[in-house]
Design a protein around this ligand. Structure first.
Ligand code: AVI
Length: 314
């Protein structure tokens, strides 16, 4: 799992499903993709030949880890937002010179515990301070961490799953949490040929489709829903004006389905919007970061300019 939204809010889930399916343009939040099944499907997506973001970001981190961590020494705590399995951080930790501590933040306690145990075996001298929290809501770092030097790490282009207005608010909240002198290293997917983007979200093996449909399966499992999964198809389109991939579930026929105790009707061709994945040009992201009070510094990209890693200073 590697995302900001992981895991469960049962009451929030039911309320959000009822609200989202009652709207004239139906929608479900992508934060609910990541139950155990969704997280494992997402892991599978990251290994697909067409899903380039994970490989491109990993290549950047491997090539530039020392530079990225430049100046982060023994008093520095590396704080990761939405850490999940922490696999990308291991690339930094491997090459980072004796950081004071690593503080992964995730809503999923089980994922944090698994990561803590793995890191303890791999980096026995590293202090790991897991924080169970939803950082997309309001949050503060424990005083012990906030007192020292802090470098934030927010990989995976999870920022792209927020609208630009939400992204700006989240970046401002992260800046406040990291405190004066804070630094943020953030992974952001780049704008590119739409065909390449569409291939990444429409894989021929159908893993992304299964990931998308798992949202309905999860409603069936957790909220007593009655969705017929064969009645909906996966769709991913690129909206060039908005600069985002949109994922939807499209009803194949007229049908009714129960969700969270209420019946909902779906016309043939009617869509449920399930995810936005915004793509940024380097300068667009720097402007978004500036609007949130950050001073953008260095930017690293992979050779094919598919993905970017930005350094922001508070
Ligand atoms: C987690 N997030 C950055 C992924 C993305 O690319 O927007 C989620 C995803 N959706 C479909 N494939 C992957």
């Amino acid at each position: 799992m590697e995302n900001a939204f992981a895991s469960t809010w049962p009451e929030g889930f039911a309320a959000d499903v009822l609200d989202g399916l009652s709207r004239p343009s139906k929608r479900l939040s992508c934060r609910y993709f990541y139950d155990a099944e969704g997280s494992s499907l997402f892991d599978e997506i990251t290994r697909l030949p067409d899903y380039y973001p994970t490989r491109a970001e990993t290549a950047i981190l491997e090539a530039h880890a020392a530079e990225i961590l430049d100046g982060a020494g023994e008093e520095t705590t590396l704080v990761e937002f939405g850490s999940g399995s922490c696999r990308k951080t291991e690339i930094l930790l491997e090459r980072g010179d004796g950081l004071a501590a690593y503080a992964p933040i995730d809503i999923c306690a089980a994922a944090l515990e698994e990561a803590r145990a793995r890191l303890a075996r791999r980096f026995p001298d590293l202090r790991v301070l897991p924080i169970v929290a939803d950082f997309s809501a309001s949050f503060a770092l424990p005083r012990e961490i906030a007192r020292g030097r802090v470098v934030g790490f927010f990989p995976g282009s999870t920022i792209g799953n927020f609208t630009p207005a939400e992204a700006s608010l989240l970046l401002a909240a992260i800046r406040r949490a990291l405190g004066p002198g804070g630094r943020l290293v953030i992974g952001v997917d780049l704008k590119k040929d739409p065909a390449r983007l569409l291939a990444a979200y429409n894989d021929p093996r159908g893993v992304t489709a299964a990931f998308n449909l798992n949202l309905l399966a999860r409603i069936n499992r957790e909220l007593g829903g009655g969705f017929d999964l064969d009645g909906f198809g996966h769709q991913a389109i690129y909206d060039a004006a908005e600069g985002r991939i949109e994922m939807r579930l499209v009803s194949r026929r007229w049908q009714q389905a129960e969700a969270a105790g209420r019946a909902f009707g779906f016309r043939r061709g009617e869509a449920i919007h399930t995810e936005n994945s915004y793509k940024y040009a380097v300068d667009e992201f720097r402007a978004t970061a500036r609007a949130a009070g950050w001073s953008p510094r260095r930017v690293w990209t992979d050779e094919a300019a598919l993905f970017s890693v930005h350094e922001l200073l508070s």
